[in-house]
Design a protein around this ligand. Sequence first.
Ligand SMILES: [Zn+2]
Length: 385
Amino acid sequence: MTEARIVWDPRFLAYDFGPQHPFTERSRGLAVELLRRLSEGASVSWEEQVDPLSREELERFHRREYIDLVERLSARGQGEPLDAGDTPSFPGCHEAAARMAGGTVAAARWAMGGAGRRAFQPGGGLHHAHPDRASGFCIYNDLALAIRYALDGPLHLARVAYLDIDAHHGDGVMYGFYDDGRLLDIDFHQDGRTIFPGTGAVGETGRGDGAGLKVNVPLPPGAGDEAFLPIFHRVVPELLRSYRPQLLVLQHGVDSHAGDALAGLQYTHRAYAEALRVVLELAHELGETPVLVTGGGGYTPENVTRTLARAGLRLFGCPPPSLDHPLPEGWRSEFRLQFGQEAPADFGDLAPVYRSPWTEHRTEKLIEELEEAMGRTFRAPRGAG
Ligand SMILES: [Zn+2]
C-alpha cells in the first residue's frame, strides 16, 4: 500500500520577491488549491505547519557567512541583491527561505519513514542556491538540504538519486555533491550555452567518489517530448537500476513546459506524466523506495498550476484528469484575481511556440555522447524498435 503526503504551509507564500518578479509561490499555491479540489477522497495526508530550518540545519549545506548575510539583509528590507543577478532580498527572506527548506526536509523525513511512501513539496525545488551564495531566485537550496539530511541525518542513507527535469540545470545540487558518491544526479535541461546558469554539459560527470555519477542531458531550445522521452527512457531506468538508491528525489520544475515565459523547451503534459510514471514504477521495482517530489521553476501560471496539480494527483494515486476536464469555476475566478488574466478552462496544454529542431538522428548522437562521457552503454529498452 502506498501512502502519500503533501507538504504545503500557506506561509510558503511569504517567499516573495515582489509583484514585478517572475518567480512567485502564488502559482504553486493555486496548484495546491486545484489539487485540493480534485483529490477529494484520495488517501493523502496534508502537512500544513512547517517550521523554518534552524541555523544548524542550514549549515548542513550553506556557509555560516552566507547565512549571516541573508539574515542581515532579511532584517533590513527590500531589494538588496543576494547574488550578482536577479535574486533580491526582501523583508523576512531568511525565515521564508528557511521555512521552504524546512518543508522539503519534512517531506523527505516523512518519505523515509516507511516503504513505498511518496511525498510532495510543490513550493520547493530551489536547485540553484550554492553553499555560499544565492542564485537564480533561490536563496537556500531546499533540495541539497533535504539530500544532506538523508545522507548525514539519523538514517545515514548510503545512496540517494536526484532527478531534475527543470528547464535550467540544477547547478547548486550538482556542484554541491560533485565529488560525493552518495548522490546519483541526473539532470535534463535546456543547453547551458543558450540559458542560465550556463552549466550542465555532457562532459560534467563528477569527480573523486562522485565520478561517473553526475549525468547531464542538455537539449536545444525548442526541443519537446520527442527529444526528452526517448532519452529519458533509455538512460534513467538503467542508471537507477544499477545504482539502487534508497531515496528518489524528483525536482519537477515545470518551466520546461511549452509556453514558459523564461525558458525555451517545449514539453507537454506527456513528458511530465511519463517521467513521474517511470520514477514511481522504478521505486516500486527497486523495493518500494521512498519518493520525494518537489516543484521548481515555472513562469507561466497556466502551466505551473495545472502541471503541478496533475503531478500531485498521480502521486496521490488518483486517475489523471483528461485534457478536456473542466477546471472548477471557483478556482478559475481565484486565478483571474491572482494573475489578472483569463484562467484556463481545462487541462489542455498550451501549444508549442517554436518549431522543434529535434530529429531521431540527434537522439542517437546525444546517447553516443553520453555513453562516451560516462564510459557505459545505454541499451535500447526491450520492445523498442
Ligand atoms: Zn528553471
